[in-house]
Design a protein around this ligand. Structure first.
Ligand SMILES: Nc1ncnc2c1ncn2[C@@H]1O[C@H](COP(=O)(O)OP(=O)(O)OP(=O)(O)O)[C@@H](O)[C@H]1O
Length: 294
């Protein structure tokens, strides 16, 4: 480990066992992520461009937003899989879960210092590390700002290159804004695929900045515009839920049971009450419902 760190500092190019499969990532997003045209486009473009760059001038910082079960964790594991060949098993992919790693609001100072040192240590060992912060809505405010200096364009500190890292933040904050735009668009008879990221980005940034008791509340990461892209995940429709069910069935060798996929679609709860467009749990309960109907 020591030798490797020294080598990495000197060469400024410690890429670990970084073997990006850019085509594989694009294909996986296109084929296996349903109903999320914005996430497909933004993630493909941002990640592929970033990976192509031998010497990026700042890290890639993505923030995923949307309701539960819409594919946020799925996309973060796709990114991991196509960069390090394994979703979460790689020593260069680090996942933080606030309720586990930062449970106490009165320990913010301690968490800040732990987080900063921990990220620095990992980037010294592997400049292409990936850091995934799940459930940002549950992180005590202030903790994440410890990373502010690392997310910007300036950092080559103590010979560690901080600009090759990928940070992914995941949260449900912003779902109201996203779901509102999805609903209005549907009511206006507009195609779902016509919703553009630029209609949502500013409102998502506002929502996270103003959401009390959550990770980005009054965070300088937002005011300093250190998030490369906000990635909106739309609420899923019944047809997407049925596709999730169909895929689950195929994985179990029951591909022909379209009747089960349809029953699963029928068994979900949909919102809003009157029009029943959007699955309130996305595809999350699909495996459980498949068990029920199979
Ligand atoms: N858009 C989608 N396309 C295909 N499969 C999906 C999609 N959304 C969810 N799924 C399926 O549902 C499961 C749960 O989704 P996922 O964990 O990605 O949700 P999430 O958005 O991260 O929600 P949460 O915040 O509750 O964790 C995934 O493993 C995946 O199989």
């Amino acid at each position: 480990f020591e030798m490797k760190s020294i080598f990495c500092s000197i060469s400024d190019s410690c890429d670990c066992d970084f073997k990006p499969d850019k085509k594989g990532l694009e294909w996986d997003l296109y084929k296996n992520l349903y109903g999320q045209h914005m996430a497909q486009d933004i993630v493909s473009e941002a990640v592929v461009n970033f990976l192509q760059n031998e010497n990026p001038d700042r890290p890639l910082v993505l923030s995923f937003h949307g309701a539960s079960g819409t594919g946020k964790s799925l996309v973060s594991s796709m990114i991991g899989r196509h960069i390090y060949g394994t979703a979460m098993g790689s020593p260069y992919i680090h996942q933080f879960i606030p309720t586990l790693h930062f449970p106490l609001a009165d320990r913010v100072q301690q968490y800040r210092s732990d987080l900063k040192h921990w990220v620095e240590r990992n980037l010294t060992a592997c400049a292409r590390s990936i850091f995934i912060f799940d459930e940002m809505e549950k992180m005590p405010p202030g903790v994440i700002d410890a990373l502010e200096p690392h997310l910007g364009p300036f950092h080559v500190l103590f010979q560690t290159n901080y600009r090759k890292a990928i940070y992914i933040f995941i949260s449900t904050v912003g779902q109201e804004v996203i779901n509102k735009v999805a609903l209005e668009s549907r009511q206006a008879g507009r195609d779902r695929e016509d919703i553009l990221p630029k209609e949502l980005e500013d409102s998502i940034a506002n929502a996270v900045y103003n959401k009390k008791n959550s990770g980005f509340y009054h965070s300088r990461i937002i005011t300093e515009k250190l998030i490369t892209r906000f990635v909106p995940f739309l609420p899923l429709l019944r047809r997407h839920v049925e596709r999730c069910a169909q895929r689950e069935l195929c994985q179990r060798g029951e591909c022909q049971r379209a009747d089960v996929a349809s029953s699963v679609g029928g068994a979900m709860t949909y919102t809003p009450n009157d029009s029943q467009y959007f699955s309130s749990t996305g595809c999350k309960l699909v495996p459980a419902k498949v068990n029920l109907f199979l």
